[in-house]
Design a binder for this molecule. Structure first.
Ligand code: ZN
Length: 311
């Protein structure tokens, strides 16, 4: 290693969350347009896609068609599909619809938990066992996404010990995997690595992914910090679409195309093709009917076509 090298892994596993985190705040997109988005996302080469969320259609009208979306996923057997659930009832719906790999959100702060799930953090943790049982019974797995892992729009800074306690309790109750969510996009690289270190010490052997929102321009820096700390599973959303209906001020996830650009240009394989990601962003922009927040998408991709570079 020379003195200007970055220590980076050979490859990173990206999960596309635009269909869920991206669309949940939007006016409902018709099923046909969603299927076009899915087709374009599969064509990017991404192999993990969060397809939808089995939540109350009253709470999130944009995802009221979760069952119909799930019914179409068999078209793309090469993709590892997952769905978010908000409670055991949602888990039953998801499993009945053929999706057994589930994600369940527990907010580490009571304020966000009450707004998002109508219960305290402790009550939300108390449902992990039942949801894990449903997922495992269907041959799937359960990932617990810890929302407001760093900060809460209602309660302020989340103490590291609180997030660690949630992580430990979730794993004890049967979670196979964890994901730390920066729900309102406030964290910064140092706090990212500090929390990751604490959670991994508390839950040895459990994979821990990250879910960043780019609300304050630190999303990519946080992603790089997490990767340097050894994280290999990152969430990203096509075009930077996204937000949280129950977290005032939350804006989009880190944009898939920006993450892919940063990593591939740094020699880290993602399995995604940047041109195909930009094409999927165009499909997404048409589907939602407004401009996407991603800077790279607006800039139009790479500044120097690869073919010219090698001359
Ligand atoms: Zn999110």
């Amino acid at each position: 290693m020379n003195e200007f090298d970055l220590v980076l892994p050979a490859e990173i596993d990206v999960r596309e969350v635009g269909m869920r985190d991206g669309l949940q705040l939007e006016a409902p997109v018709p099923l046909d347009a969603k299927l076009e988005m899915l087709e374009a996302l599969v064509a990017t080469g991404v192999r993990r896609i969060e397809a939808t969320s089995f939540v109350s259609p009253k709470a999130v009208p944009a995802l009221a068609d979760a069952d119909q979306v799930a019914a179409e996923l068999g078209r793309w057997p090469e993709v590892h599909w997952s769905a978010l659930v908000a409670n055991p009832r949602g888990a039953v719906r998801a499993v009945d619809a053929g999706v057994a790999d589930l994600e369940y959100v527990v907010s580490a702060s009571d304020g966000h938990s009450r707004a998002n799930a109508g219960c305290t953090t402790a009550e939300a943790v108390g449902r992990v066992g039942e949801i894990a049982g449903l997922a495992h019974g269907a041959g799937g797995s359960l990932e617990v996404i810890i929302a407001t892992a760093w900060d809460c729009p209602f309660d302020g800074r989340t103490p590291i010990t609180r997030t660690v306690d949630v992580a430990r309790a979730a794993v004890t109750a049967g979670a196979d995997q964890l994901c730390l969510g920066d729900t309102i996009g406030t964290t910064t690289p140092l706090r990212v690595v500090q929390l990751l270190d604490a959670v991994r010490r508390a839950c040895p052997g459990i994979p821990v992914g990250v879910h960043f929102h780019d609300t304050r321009g630190t999303g990519q820096a946080n992603a790089l910090a997490a990767i340097q700390a050894g994280v290999t599973q990152l969430d990203a959303s096509i075009g930077g679409l996204g937000g949280c209906p129950f977290a005032p001020g939350a804006s989009g996830n880190i944009a898939t195309e920006e993450l892919v650009y940063m990593l591939e240009e740094s020699g880290v394989r993602t399995g995604l093709d940047l041109d195909a990601v930009l094409a999927a962003a165009r499909v997404t922009e048409r589907a939602v009917g407004h401009q996407l927040p991603s800077s790279l998408y607006r800039a139009g991709g790479r500044s120097v076509p690869r073919a010219l570079e090698t001359r």
